[in-house]
Ligand binder design. Structure first.
Ligand SMILES: *Cc1c(COP(=O)(O)O)cnc(C)c1O
Length: 362
């Protein structure tokens, strides 16, 4: 039987009755934009994180852009960002007329290497944007220390890290701003596009609420040059159904990952999970020198895989200014990484099958 990399219909099947009821209530209510569902979701997502200020926005990219907009940076200011991340992190910096400065990841955790951050700081550095890649937190203590010492804004890209934690503290609770995506495949996924920002200060909270809604606090009065980036009311309603199950979803993914961790042979490089870091496995990846042959082998056995990501950001056509630069660790990860099935939609038996077939690869 085929084992797909992901299947969103199966993923959301356990919530089907609740979602249908929610949609029916939504139709009865007839309130479509910035209503109770958005306000309630913001409050509940805040409670989950023990944070006061949450602003629902249209998607994860906008969550990053709006966070940067609140930092009041000047054109050309530099933002430190990992050289291996999803392109959205970098696009957010570019859309704000800022300069992304790439810092290489640690080859074991795939997250930004704190030791290399300081070397990249210049007088124009104004912010650090960390990405908790694949669902494991960055090493936050040295990063917080650097941000404080150099007076840099700290933004967390939490799009892959809902519910992940570092020394008992949740991803999204460290930075001045934390950006979340609820894209359908994320650990907390909507049934369409959705996102949110957590921030620390009331003034930023007020500004974020204006920015997402045409720069307006009071209808038809616009105090800043805003966007239309509201969290959709229906998506907020759906997210409220799924949020109470986030820990269960994460626990399931962790159980699947632990099967891989325990059974995969040593020919595969497995993710290194550091003590005190709670990985939520948005993505379970392995590395192998013959990644493409491995992917084809699994495909032949009807096992779907993905590559996160096939092209490193500095080799993307959209980032011409970086095409000549060299980020060997990032390139190595991109050349060798393979993401295995590890979804709430998969059973432990399916994952055992995948592991068994993998171990026969030669
Ligand atoms: C998914 C993702 C985003 C973007 O989220 P969207 O909701 O698709 O805009 C940003 N950063 C990372 C690391 C992501 O994985």
């Amino acid at each position: 039987m085929e084992i797909q990399y992901e299947n969103l219909k199966t993923l959301n099947k356990p919530f089907e009755a609740l979602l249908k009821q929610k949609f029916s209530d939504f139709l009865d209510k007839g309130w479509y934009i910035l209503g109770d569902e958005v306000a309630q979701f913001e409050q509940e997502f805040g409670l989950y994180h023990h944070e006061k200020y949450v602003v629902g926005v249209a998607n994860g990219l906008d969550a990053l852009i709006l966070s940067l907009r609140c930092c009041a940076l000047e054109k050309g200011d530099e933002v430190i960002v990992p050289s291996n991340t999803y392109i959205a992190t970098i696009l957010a910096i570019l859309h704000c007329d800022l300069v992304p400065v790439f810092v290489e990841p640690d080859i074991h955790t795939y997250n930004i290497d704190p030791k290399k951050i300081e070397l990249a700081i210049t007088p124009r550095t104004k912010a650090i944007m960390v990405v908790h890649l694949y669902g494991q937190c960055c090493d936050m203590a040295p990063i917080l220390d650097l941000a404080a010492r150099y007076k840099l804004k700290l933004i967390e890209d939490c799009a892959q890290a809902h519910g992940a934690s570092y020394k008992g503290k949740l991803a999204g609770t460290f930075g001045d701003f934390s950006a979340f995506s609820f894209y359908p495949t994320k650990n907390l996924g909507a049934m369409g596009d959705a996102g949110a920002v957590i921030c620390k200060k009331e003034e930023d909270y007020i500004l974020l609420k204006q920015l997402r809604n045409y720069g307006s606090e009071k209808k038809y009065h616009n105090s800043v040059v805003g966007y239309n980036s509201r969290l959709d009311e229906l998506q907020a309603a759906f997210l409220r159904i799924k949020l109470p199950f986030l820990n269960q979803i994460n626990a399931h993914k962790q159980a699947l990952a632990s099967i891989y961790q325990q059974t995969l042979s040593d020919q595969f490089i497995k993710p290194v999970v550091v003590n005190n870091f709670e990985h939520v496995y948005h993505i379970y990846n392995i590395r192998h020198p013959e990644r493409d042959r491995l992917k084809a082998y699994l495909q032949k056995h009807q096992i779907g895989t993905e590559i996160h990501y096939p092209v490193p950001p500095h080799h993307q056509k959209a980032l011409k200014q970086m095409n000549q630069m060299s980020f060997p660790i990032s390139s190595l990860i991109h050349e060798t990484t393979l993401s295995l099935p590890c979804s709430f939609a998969h059973s432990t038996d399916q994952i055992k099958q995948v592991a068994e077939i993998l171990n026969k690869f030669d």
